[in-house]
Design a protein around this ligand. Structure first.
Ligand code: GDP
Ligand code: IMO
Ligand code: MG
Length: 428
């Protein structure tokens, strides 16, 4: 089992941090391959809770080497403050590797992110305001700044000037904002250069060698399938590819090297920010899911929108990622409902539709068709094996598995590392 991908099967916040941390003790490398500090991954170890944004969740496992791949966008100030925050709590972060090809988020990217959202008004995406979209836009536009540029002042200055030439026109003329001075940006970036240098490495070479030597490499996705810029609910998406293919481009590893793709799937659905969400609830059930599930954003503190499980989405995630199996999280949150609705298909313009429509206009007015599954009232947080679960909880899991198109290999019954039922080993 040399290389596996672990990614979100819905709209993010499925519990990827917990799942990655759980495997971290048995893998050699954990690699972030896309996104940046828009992510908020929670890991609970004993009575300690960690919120990771940019660093891979494997950083909390002493034997594991955490890697930030070329596909990630890196805010150097956030990187250094996240590292020092962990150091203060006694976590050794010295093994971190950072790709020299990763693009840098600079203050002008966060400014453009926020100003663009304001300009969009009611049509805004509801971004995290961390500069993610503008940084990826510059990368594709070939005016981005990479980690390696920090080590050549003259190149760095030329690149920052080139990027700001155009941006300042827009900021001043369109958004009525003050132009940003290139010299000040270069100066700020250079203050990070030496502190970051020990981590900078040729991560693609290191990871490919590791896989060839039979080491276990885990690719940890940020966000989720439906936030993917190609396969998600565009334009209400993030600006990278959290789907499985993103692991290859975002880390420089070929698809032939990856043998397992695990989808992290919440037992209900949540979403942060704007965009369509067919099973969203606006009633007391939605409020109960939010309260019991603690559904508040780790990065922005926004309340998450909550709704019932959507099997159409899960099937879609299986398809576009080639999922081999699922890790079902937060089953414990559903304890106490007499009946639990599950969306099995949509009704669109009077017709029953089983698969996610490619047309966003259709998806915007898809109405969920629910099947009611019997609930359970017993506390399941102490369950260690599948047979410890009440019969109705077992049937709920089995029904989700059947509808979602891939086996469920583990079930989360609480936030802690040990609150997990493992059905099939992830590493065999
Ligand atoms: P991520 O972004 O996918 O890593 O997920 P987040 O950390 O943003 O949100 C998931 C939340 O659910 C966190 O607060 C986790 O501690 C918590 N969590 C993860 N798995 C479980 C579970 O099985 N049960 C419960 N009750 N909470 C869980
Ligand atoms: P994790 O990794 C949930 C959402 C934002 C917004 C859209 C675009 O914790 O699952 P961006 O700042 O990326 O340009 O915002 O994507 N979003 C997330 N939603 N979990 C995340 O990360 C998210 N990262 C971005 O709310 O709707
Ligand atoms: Mg999160």
């Amino acid at each position: 089992m040399p290389a596996l991908v672990l990614l979100g099967a819905q709209w993010g916040d499925e519990g990827k941090g917990k799942a990655t941390d759980l495997l971290g003790g048995s893998v050699d490398y954990v690699v972030r391959y896309q996104g940046g500090n828009n992510a908020g991954h929670t890991v609970v170890v004993g009575d300690q809770k960690y919120a990771l944004h940019l660093l891979p969740s494997g950083i909390l496992s002493p034997g594991c080497t955490p890697v930030i791949g070329n596909g990630v966008v890196v805010d150097p100030a956030v990187l250094l403050s996240e590292l020092s925050g962990l150091n203060e709590r006694g976590v050794d972060t010295s093994k971190l590797l950072l790709s020299g090809n990763a693009h840098l988020i600079t203050p002008y990217h966060t400014t453009v992110d926020k100003v663009t959202e304001r300009f969009l008004g009611s049509r805004k995406i509801g971004t995290t305001g961390r500069g993610i979209g503008p940084t990826y836009a510059d990368k594709i536009n070939r005016v981005g700044i990479r980690v390696q540029d920090l080590y050549d002042e003259s190149i760095l200055t030329q690149k920052v000037e080139a990027a700001l030439d155009f941006k300042n026109q827009i900021l001043a003329k369109l958004y009525n904002r003050r132009a940003i001075e290139a010299g000040a940006i270069v100066e700020e970036l250079l203050t990070y250069a030496e502190q970051i240098k020990p981590y900078v490495a040729d991560t693609t070479l290191i990871l490919n060698n590791a896989i060839d030597e039979g080491k276990v490499v885990l690719f940890e996705g940020g966000q989720g399938t439906l936030l993917d810029v190609d396969h998600g609910t565009y334009p209400f998406v993030t600006s990278s590819n959290p789907t499985a293919g993103g692991a290859c481009t975002g880390a420089g590893v070929g698809p032939t090297k990856i043998s397992r793709v695990i989808g992290i799937l919440k037992a209900y659905t949540t979403r942060v920010g704007a965009g369509p969400f067919p099973t969203e609830l606006f009633d007391k059930d939605g409020e109960a899911l939010r309260t019991i599930g603690g559904e508040r954003g780790v990065t922005t503190g926004r309340d998450r929108r909550c709704g019932w499980f959507d099997a159409v989405i899960a099937r879609y995630a299986t398809r576009v990622n080639g999922l081999t199996d699922f890790f079902l999280t937060k089953l414990d949150v559903l304890t106490g409902w007499e009946q639990i609705p599950v969306c099995v298909a949509y009704e669109i313009d009077g017709k029953r539709v089983e698969e996610l429509p490619y047309s966003q206009s259709d998806f915007h007015h898809a109405k969920p068709i629910y099947e009611m599954l019997p609930g359970w009232s017993e506390d399941i947080t102490k369950a260690k094996t599948f047979s410890d679960l009440p019969k109705n909880a077992q049937a709920y899991v089995k029904a989700l598995e059947e509808m979602s198109g891939a086996p469920i290999s583990a079930i989360g019954v609480g936030p802690g590392r040990t609150e997990t039922i493992e059905i099939n080993s992830f590493l065999s």
